[in-house]
Design a protein around this ligand. Structure first.
Ligand SMILES: Nc1ncnc2c1ncn2[C@@H]1O[C@H](COP(=O)(O)OP(=O)(O)OP(=O)(O)O)[C@@H](O)[C@H]1O
Ligand SMILES: [Mg+2]
Length: 252
């Protein structure tokens, strides 16, 4: 418990969990993010929507420090993601779009090592790993390597890994893509509870029903530009967005 307390104490007292200011990102000559700016408040449940190739994963990669960028700045609870990356990375748990696990570790070891990487002592890392595997119904696979898991189980393992260091912000890149209904509900319940504890969630999804059910705020990105941002009710009533929404829901 002590470690979590020390760890949380490193969070700067800011009401803004994620702040993106005039961010531009190129992949060689291709401008993937074009001067985007928005803020996600502490405790918000934010859905980031947009058609395939719009720039959602690129934004997440920049926010989590996995990708560099050419101009602008990105802050996590006031910390600069480039200059103060040790702080920003500890505050975020990332559930990525695709799985990227060490093939030689059991899923229990994967979670323990990830927790230890973020500074938990071994006994606490093991406890946390066991609790999450239990919560996401993976306990009977704890000594398996990740390749022995089904697609839906790998999704759950991604979520466990994102949560293992008890982050303040959970970023999820299409967490329920390809999940059956039971798993979708399991994930939705967990996310709702996590958000009710005051944690901030940043979710990308192609399922409008998911955004409608879970989130409070919606941002829409298209071709690297933010085309809409605001309260869920206002965004969903905005008829001018039908073309973009058609593209999003067309992939369901
Ligand atoms: N590593 C890369 N190198 C070059 N171009 C890239 C790279 N990653 C992404 N892109 C390009 O940047 C644009 C945005 O891609 P991104 O993955 O952010 O889209 P997305 O909104 O997450 O889409 P999806 O809904 O399909 O996951 C696309 O045109 C994509 O081809
Ligand atoms: Mg993506």
């Amino acid at each position: 418990m002590l470690v979590f307390l020390e760890y949380n104490a490193s969070m700067r007292n800011s009401d803004t969990a994620i702040s993106i200011n005039l961010l531009t990102k190129f992949y060689k000559q291709f401008k993937a993010l074009d001067d985007i700016s928005f803020e996600v408040k502490r405790g918000d449940f934010f859905a980031f929507l947009g058609p395939n190739g719009a720039g959602k994963t690129t934004t997440i990669n920049v926010v989590t420090g996995l990708s560099n960028f050419q101009s602008g700045d990105v802050r996590i609870f006031g910390y600069d993601t480039r200059r103060e990356y040790m702080n920003t990375r500890r505050l975020i748990g990332l559930c990525a779009q695709e799985s990227n696990f060490d093939p030689y570790l059991t899923i229990h070891q994967l979670l323990v090592y990830q927790a230890e990487y973020f500074g938990l002592p071994p006994w606490q890392a093991k406890k946390r790993a066991n609790e999450l595997l239990e919560r996401f119904q993976l306990s009977d696979k704890k000594n398996c390597k990740h390749r022995a898991l089904s697609g839906g189980m790998k999704k759950r393992l991604l979520l466990c890994r994102a949560l293992v260091h008890d982050p303040e912000i959970l970023i999820l890149d299409e967490p329920t893509a390809g999940c059956d209904l039971e798993l979708k509900f399991l994930i939705w319940d967990y996310l709702t509870q996590f958000n009710q504890e005051g944690k901030t969630i940043f979710l990308t999804t192609h399922y409008m029903q998911e955004a409608e059910k879970l989130c409070k705020t919606i941002g829409i990105i298209n071709r690297g530009k933010i085309v809409k941002f605001g309260d869920k009710k206002n965004i969903l009533q905005d008829k001018s967005l039908e073309d973009v929404f058609l593209e999003i829901t067309g992939t369901e």
